[in-house]
Design a protein around this ligand. Structure first.
Ligand SMILES: [Zn+2]
Length: 246
């Protein structure tokens, strides 16, 4: 049996997405050691600002998993990661989410149509669905992507701002709910530029509170810390305007 499993692992590529070992006890993506590490990493969720929760920090293991979710055609990893987040099950994120005005409307950051066609799914939408299942919330596709946005990862601070600002427009239903909280969902929070652009699309008169939840917080390195501070300042400014007008 062991030999057969090893052969199957070799032929079908069934190896741990974390360490690459062909463990016989994959669950089905991680070996027991990597699965335990994943749960440990989710014990201290990150809060990049007052309105944003992130389930996992960016670490070698979580980096591999989010990469697999986005580029290795493994959509099932979205619900797997949310389910394995102790932050969602019993930790601070769950508490934070439950303290918000209910129900929760999870709004995924939309992918551009071309990228959706290429990938076959929007990972933010899958994460939103998993979060909605965990909190009895709803998935609402209330945002549309306006322009094609090239990958943010290789751009400078200025290029990122230009690239993503104004990239989203609201796509609200005729009858909007009058109570509850909107939670914008994305895979990775780095500088907050993408989610800030999403918040802006809701407009300053949107009546419900807006929050952000992402799978991973990619804490800015010291070189990028200034940019993050700028983004936070923009964010705070935006909140002040909203709070003043609401
Ligand atoms: Zn492993």
């Amino acid at each position: 049996m062991g030999v057969l499993r090893t052969v199957a692992n070799f032929v079908f590529g069934m190896e741990c997405l974390g360490c690459g070992s062909s463990s016989e006890r994959l669950d089905p993506w991680l070996c027991p050691a990597c699965a335990a590490e994943l749960v440990r990493e989710s014990c201290s969720p990150k809060f990049p600002n007052d309105d944003a929760f992130c389930l996992f920090p960016m670490r070698p293991l979580t980096r591999k998993l989010v990469h697999a979710l986005k580029y290795r055609n493994i959509p099932g990893l979205a619900s797997y990661l949310v389910r394995h987040s102790s932050a969602v099950k019993q930790g601070m994120v769950a508490q934070e989410l439950l303290m918000l005005a209910q129900p929760l409307y999870f709004v995924p950051v939309p992918l551009h149509r071309a990228r959706y066609r290429e990938r076959g799914y929007n990972q933010a939408e899958l994460l939103a669905a998993a979060l909605a299942t965990a909190t009895e919330g709803k998935v609402c596709r209330w945002l549309k992507r306006k322009t094609f946005v090239v990958s943010q990862t290789k751009l400078s601070k200025e290029e990122r701002e230009v690239n993503v600002a104004g990239a989203f427009v609201a796509n609200f239903p005729r009858k909007m709910p009058t109570r509850g909280t909107v939670v914008v969902v994305d895979d990775v929070f780095t500088t907050g530029a993408t989610t800030s652009a999403c918040m802006a699309a809701f407009g300053t008169e949107f009546p419900l509170p807006l929050k952000v939840c992402t799978l991973i917080y990619d804490e800015p390195a010291s070189a990028a810390a200034d940019f993050a501070a700028d983004c936070r300042a923009d964010w705070d400014g935006f909140r002040r305007i909203r709070n003043a007008e609401v």
